[in-house]
Design a protein around this ligand. Sequence first.
Ligand SMILES: [Zn+2]
Length: 273
Amino acid sequence: MNPWLILFLVIVVIVLALWIPRYRLRRAVAAPFPEEWVHILDRNIGVYPNLPKPLRLQLRVLIKQFLHQKHFSGAGGLEVTDEMRVTIAAQACMLQLNRHGGLYPRLKYIILYPSAFVVTRSEVDGSGVVSHGRKGMLGESWQNGKVILAWDNVMHGARNFVDGSNVVLHEFAHQLDSETGSTDGAPLLAGKSSYRSWASALSGEFEELQKDARFGRRSLMDHYGATNPAEFFAVTTETFFEKPRRMAKHHKELFDVLKSYYRIDPRDWQESS
Ligand SMILES: [Zn+2]
């Protein structure tokens, strides 16, 4: 065959391979937002009716993109429905409002169990002792493109958006964190000065929470955040979205850093938390 013809065909294949996914995504995002999905948001996402209209519209676009790009599968006998997909996508996309990067580019799969799922883990304690155990989990975020969730807890967290506990916000904060290549409590930030203010705001608060946990003192953030910096970022994300007023009042520097990172102020729609 003529080598020029072969080159031409190769170029056509490459162009099509690049163009078709973008065309499909544009088409999915441009499609009308189904009325049934609006009912799901109104019914299941406690905070959705309070969002300013521009954010609601933005959220709908992100949900369409998310549902086009991510694959859901049920485990433990669960059959995944649109209600589950939309409820999870809406909460995951809350973390992406006003941000213009990829939408969890590494994430491919969301695996959904009906309720807490059991995993086998090896853990090393402070004295170096390795233990192997089975424990119940409500959610897990993997760096290799997977998030695992327990549906009953997802639903509880979605409807109660003011108690500071939300498994979807938590696991997707881990996904943002892992975009740097390591899950260590420092997600992708713009510039060295951002990393400096991030470290300054988070490290002091992390140490305070560790003390609160050690001495059994009450704290705004869940003591689970004292486990390590990655869990601290995930837990502070839950608190930022669900208890923004109290966080701004009692942890102002931390609140300001998260507000600048997430580019939103949840106090605009959280009336009393
Ligand atoms: Zn976690």
